[in-house]
Design a protein around this ligand. Sequence first.
Ligand code: TRP
Length: 325
Amino acid sequence: MAKRLLSGMQPTGMLHLGNLEGALRNWVRLQDSYDSYFCIVDWHALTTVAEDPSNLKSLVREVALDFLAAGLDPAKCAIFVQSHVKQHAELHLLLSMITPLPWLERVPTYKEKRENLNIESASYGLLGYPVLQAADIMVYKAEAVPVGRDQLPHLELTREITRRFNFLFGPVFPECEALLTEAAVMPGTDGRKMSKSYGNAIYISDSADETAKKLKTMFTDPAKLRRGDPGHPEVCPVFALQQLYNKGETPWIEENCRSGALGCVDCKKKLTEALNENLAPIRERRQVFASDPALVEKALEQGAAKARETAEETMKEVRAAMKLG
Ligand code: TRP
């Protein structure tokens, strides 16, 4: 039996190239070798948007489209929405009973979120965010969790909660392990890290024309003002994208940028072509699913049904271990 794997993503916006290269492509590879569960964590999103969740439903749908477009295959893995599988909430509640408050107060993301979002009085749910994440993982007895480095504190906490549960109630859960995705930082069009909140992102859902337009305005080496000026590829965000999406031409581009023979306009044209070609199959798939809402609905229903079955098996053991029911 293949090892079980789970990962989750918050429906906070359309997914961009950073999400694609940092997570989705890796998930697509992993779905072939693990019993995989990919969860759109809408309850987690409520820890920051609870007062105005008006867009939540459409964001969930867009993320589902991006998952399917990237190549996650409902025949190989379970793609589902967290709130469709109530067992996550039940396990979250039970785990909250055995999680010491100080463990949660020292989680770095809790402090960061409170500061970044300017929250004076954080909600109970925000503090409990990592307990809900532990429940997401544990309810499937997932052993492998592909995540970025920023999530390591949450996985460490999940392991601590797992050990505590097993110590108190018997060996129900395996300890999960992170499958670290070591992605190169994806530069956005302004040269900073690509992020939806900076307004510098290229989205999976962008058209080829939109992509071309964004690349036209992209920052380059500030010392290279016109063709003829020698460029410094090592500081140029366009070159960073060439290395990702136009590997074959990279040595030539590097040489001719440095010498000055290649201007930024032509360099960007090359990138636009390579990037649009790379994304074409993903965008085509997105179109197919976007024009057939019933197909997406069916994939999410099928995913939730499979997830519920696995999760309910775990919960039967948990309830028995905790002398419930
Ligand atoms: N906290 C994760 C993030 O912000 C999302 C997440 C929720 C998750 N539940 C998970 C990731 C379970 C891995 C496993 O990226």
